[in-house]
Design a binder for this molecule. Sequence first.
Ligand code: PLP
Length: 264
Amino acid sequence: MGDMTVTTPPRVLTVAGSDSGGGAGIQADLKTMLALGVHGMSVIAAVTAQNSLGVQGYWELPPEAVRAQLDSVLGDIGAQSVKTGMLASPGLVEVVAEALGAYPAPVVVDPVGVSKHGDPLLAPEAVDTVRTRLLPVATVVTPNLWEVEQLTSVKVEDEHGLRRAADAILELGPTWALIKGGHLPGEPVDLLTDGTSEYRFSAPRLDNRHTHGTGCTLASAIAARLALGDDVPTAVGKAKEYVTGAIARGFPLGDGIGPVDHAW
Ligand code: PLP
């Protein structure tokens, strides 16, 4: 007989949409969690028909199906952290916010609006529910600049605007805001702040267009590191390192944009 000592890894839950192409959404989340040494669990909110060319369609689950999955997972297994991604509709955002607001684990919210191809993943009428119900229960929220504008009407033109964006997001109630400045010209810079401390994370711009799943991967990696015991700034720093490695190895798939790679 070998060593019979078995340990249970920290558990991390993703509440998000399925990407049939395997590059983003639930599939990216679970791959990230495996790579970072936590047990990944998935509450599926919506199913996309998706490939390297874009999102051809999506179907939401009924709110009671999402509620039942949350009850099943959190009631028995439990989670040391939770990540939310594509939640599609106001009813789903509401159910998820209510359940997570009553659950004592950090929540990383990726306020997904549209895909890189420009396909909508959130109904326009759900933006207000994200703003008023979901962001107040977030430990960390990870908007890109397009999502900042959608949520706060603040438009960022250069690196100086990142702080203004973060302050506007913090007013909506999350503990930390991580503003992803990657779409600005020059070296990509992300700003993390809780209103008191401020951290800037920069990385060289990688010349690789196969970046599908980047946002999902970053938010999941933050959640995984939080479950492993990191504080928020440490978790974000380590998650950024993981995503940079995954983007560096992003590979072509189909005729469009390929995924970041988790096998490294
Ligand atoms: N599909 C699903 C289910 C997602 O959750 C997301 C992003 O969060 C995407 C697609 C978009 O991924 P990307 O913008 O990296 O292409």
